[in-house]
Design a protein around this ligand. Structure first.
Ligand SMILES: *Cc1c(COP(=O)(O)O)cnc(C)c1O
Length: 233
């Protein structure tokens, strides 16, 4: 099978999974946006995906993402930054990203605010919540749930950043359904103070059904569409 056919098959399979998960949850298909995570795969794959109708792509490392976004600048894609972000990369990421899913500390929120303001733009940000203290140690990032309200308030008060919602990665050694139920609770609580924070980014190749059942609006899917990554990313 050529690469285009492979990607088309991957997209069709994931599309069916999303559709049946929406049906099972009594949700409209249009409520869930597929973000195809292209990390470790070449710009040529992004180009094929765009041709197959993909509009939202996700990346987790700035150096790789910046080069790919530049190579695909003619495609009118929406780039989602989903990885851990160092403050010294903020300016670069703002050069291509429409949404940043991984804001997990005040220092990063302030840096984004300053850089976006200086660039004369406003960027949509999601606060990444850690549902597992050991997950943080493992480098997955995320603010502990107790720190969410203060970080959300900070984002709301600052120029250049717009609080769009929450993001979570299910902890590796826990039940994804329980983790997503918890993030859904936090999202509902957050919306009492911040009704504009409507996005919920949750669910990957292995657990998108559970995430959609819990109200995810954005699923971030890589390997189920593109195949196994050559290196862990
Ligand atoms: C790599 C990655 C994904 C996609 O993971 P798959 O298991 O390949 O679907 C989703 N979210 C984040 C934050 C990632 O780093």
């Amino acid at each position: 099978m050529n690469r285009r056919a492979e990607l088309a098959a991957g997209l069709a399979g994931v599309g069916e999974r999303v559709t049946s998960a929406c049906r099972a949850a009594g949700r409209e298909r249009a409520e869930v946006t597929l973000v195809v995570v292209t990390k470790t795969f070449p710009a040529a794959d992004v180009r094929l995906l765009a041709d197959l109708g993909v509009r939202h792509v996700g990346e987790n490392r700035d150096d790789e993402a910046a080069a790919k976004a530049a190579a695909c600048a003619d495609l009118a894609l929406s780039w989602h930054f989903v990885g851990q972000l160092q403050t010294n990369k903020v300016r670069s990421v703002l050069g291509y990203a429409a949404v940043i899913h991984s804001v997990d500390r005040a220092r990063l929120a302030r840096a984004l605010s300053r850089a976006a303001s200086a660039a004369g733009r406003t960027v949509d940000v999601l606060v990444q919540v850690s549902l597992d203290p050991e997950g943080e140690a493992a480098g997955r990032g995320g603010v502990p749930a107790a720190g969410l309200p203060a970080l959300a308030d900070l984002v709301t008060e600052r120029p250049g950043v717009r609080l769009a919602g929450l993001m979570a990665v299910a902890p590796a050694r826990q039940d994804a359904a329980a983790a997503f139920a918890r993030i859904a609770e936090l999202a509902v609580a957050l919306r009492t103070d911040h009704p504009e924070a409507t996005m919920l980014s949750a669910g990957m190749s292995s657990d998108l059904e559970q995430a959609i059942a819990c109200g995810a609006t954005h699923v971030r899917v890589g390997s189920a569409i593109l195949g196994r990554r050559p290196v862990a990313g």
